[in-house]
Design a protein around this ligand. Structure first.
Ligand SMILES: Cc1ncc(COP(=O)(O)O)c(C=O)c1O
Length: 360
């Protein structure tokens, strides 16, 4: 069989900044009454932004061309430092179904068992991919989950009477900025390790940073430059020997899915970005959700546990304030993650030990 040589097209035409003409328009949205007055004077623009004025078909064509230049991936996430990924359109169709789109946040759990069952299944898939025991779906984004981790760290050490002593969180210079930022916001001193000759910090620099003041390691791996630290299991062991917790920011999980699991590396917790790995487009389908996993041993410190035990054992409900605002995200993810799990191609059957996931 001859393999076709795929390649992305290159368009020999002016970029959008060089096209258009004054007054050319697409849709004109009505201005909000007194809209400008609502913006504080210091934040108002002195002059309009230097944007090209184009007709709607030209703008559509512009984005179509961009997608063709990224191997035809319409809906590709071009956000941040996270792993780029493709969001299948059928996910959006699935989320637009009235059973999901029409759910109301104040609805009784009894009336949305289908959604809760899907999220419960998603939790089990994520447990399989991470080796963790349970997830909370409380956080609404990656930085939110990182902040949750920092707060859990505080609660964990406070419960041991070490709150005043364990004041430092260690991260690396190529970790996502939300790791040091949320650690600092939660009141910790941040130790940022510099890079070593291999593109990630040396073990010696970690050892020098560890002390009885160490509260936790918060790190992503592969890091923001896509560099994977192959010594991460040794790092985690050292942090824990020093009495700290280890948190895995899994925003770049795409690169390591089915190759490693957070728990096997010794991490206490990890977070998965549904809007990065699991087919939800970033910021496009309503409220986001970043499930964060906990190990059984310190789950008591974890707020917003997802599942409540039920009176008759058959009804699912969630112990968190935000269901089902993320219904669309969860619905897309539960659908798109199935092929990655269990008997799926990327599933944890690649691993010898498959932990069970407890649901209450
Ligand atoms: C490694 C990493 N962690 C955390 C975040 C923060 O995620 P969010 O933008 O959902 O707050 C990002 C976002 O780009 C990321 O790449």
């Amino acid at each position: 069989m001859t393999l076709r040589r795929y390649h992305a097209p290159v368009w020999d035409e002016p970029v959008i900044m060089a096209t258009g003409a004054p007054g050319r328009r697409g849709q004109l949205f009505p201005l909000a009454p007194e809209g400008a007055a609502l913006v504080p004077p210091a934040l108002r623009r002195a002059a309009p932004p230097a944007l090209p004025e184009n007709a709607e078909p030209d703008v559509l064509r512009h984005y179509l061309r961009l997608s063709q230049q990224t191997m035809g991936m319409i809906g590709v996430s071009l956000f941040g430092t996270c792993t780029m990924k493709y969001n299948p359109r059928r996910g959006e169709q699935h989320a637009a179904r009235p059973e999901i789109a029409d759910l109301h946040p104040a609805q009784h759990p009894e009336t949305m068992q289908g959604l809760l069952e899907a999220v419960h299944g998603l939790e089990q898939i994520l447990c399989g991919l991470s080796g963790m025991d349970a997830f909370t779906f409380q956080a609404a984004g990656g930085a939110d989950a990182a902040y949750t981790q920092a707060c859990i760290t505080r609660a964990y050490h406070a419960a041991r009477g070490e709150a005043g002593q364990r004041t430092e969180i260690i991260t690396s210079i190529q970790s996502h900025p939300c790791n040091p930022a949320t650690a600092a916001t939660a009141g910790f001193q941040v130790i940022t390790l510099p890079l070593g000759p291999n593109g990630y910090p040396t073990l010696e620099s970690l050892e020098a940073a560890l002390s009885p003041r160490t509260a936790a390691l918060m790190i992503n791996n592969p890091d923001d430059m896509g560099v994977y630290n192959p010594e991460i299991d040794v790092w985690v062991r050292k942090v824990k020997a020093a009495g700290g917790l280890a948190f895995y920011d899994h925003a770049n999980f795409n690169g390591v899915m089915s190759k490693i699991r957070a728990r096997d590396l010794g991490f206490d917790a990890c977070m998965f970005m549904l809007h990065k790995t699991f087919g939800v487009s970033k910021g496009a389908v309503g409220r986001r959700s970043v499930p964060m996993a906990a190990r059984q041993s310190w789950r008591a410190s974890c707020p917003g546990r997802a599942w409540l035990p039920t009176a008759n054992g058959s009804i699912l409900s969630m112990a968190m304030p935000q269901p089902p605002g993320c219904a669309s995200s969860w619905a897309i993810c539960s659908r798109c993650s199935k092929p990655m799990s269990g008997r799926g191609r990327w599933g944890p059957r690649a691993f010898r030990k498959r932990p069970t996931c407890r649901s209450s």
